[in-house]
Design a protein around this ligand. Sequence first.
Ligand code: SF4
Length: 269
Amino acid sequence: MRDQQYPQTIRPSLFENTIVGPIHSRRFGSSLGVNLLPLKHKHCSYDCIYCECGWNSESERQPMEFATPDEIAGLLEHRLKELRQQCTPVDSFTFAGNGEPTLYPHFPEVVDIVVALRNSYYPEAATTLLTNATQLYRPEIAAALHKLDNPTLKLDCGTEEMRQLINRNNDLGCSWQQLIDSLVAFGSDGIIQTLLFDGHSNGKPVSNLVDTEFNAYLGHLHRIKPRHVMLYALDRATPEKALRKLSVDELEQYAQRIRNEGVEVKVYG
Ligand code: SF4
């Protein structure tokens, strides 16, 4: 059983609500989460070895029930009325949650709903999406992302071989070529998010730090020309245990190599 891979005190971190927070985010300030995915279990086109939601296999036998766009609109507006009454600040409406938000069946429709509610209740707040970018090749998803202030797109490595070791793309995802082509097409409208680490998975070394891998990653950044890169280190419990968290000094060394390519970087240690 996968459960046995977690020490007793560590459990996958799953959202049990559709609207979450606001919580303080290292990257986005006071962040009101919009979780479009099923409650209490995970749905994703990746199965990252560092995923705080745990392994996909732990969710496979769970019912795949999604809230409707009307239900999400109602829940969000109810929460926004409460927050405004309490004078609670909101810096970001953040699509994030139990897996990959763009797999939600009505994602473009919900983007329009959230943007409209942001405009009505907290017009100064940003709209943010944390995505693994595996659906960005779909024109309707790319069009929806263009309506958001901070589309934040995962790229952890430079080669398909390493993506399979780190992110473990599945049938819901896309090919490596589709991923890179769609990131290049999105270009400076997107922010690239990259988690750096090394360690072992299933007894094999896994690292996005080795020179061949990091140089290939730099080559992709050179073509993508993102708005900026968010570099960050492991922060929470991971399902694969043998992973090493980088220090801020180490992150800064890799950040400098990215800056040498003319790309702005923000470091979150
Ligand atoms: S893309 Fe995000 S939600 Fe999906 S497996 Fe990776 S870390 Fe988890």
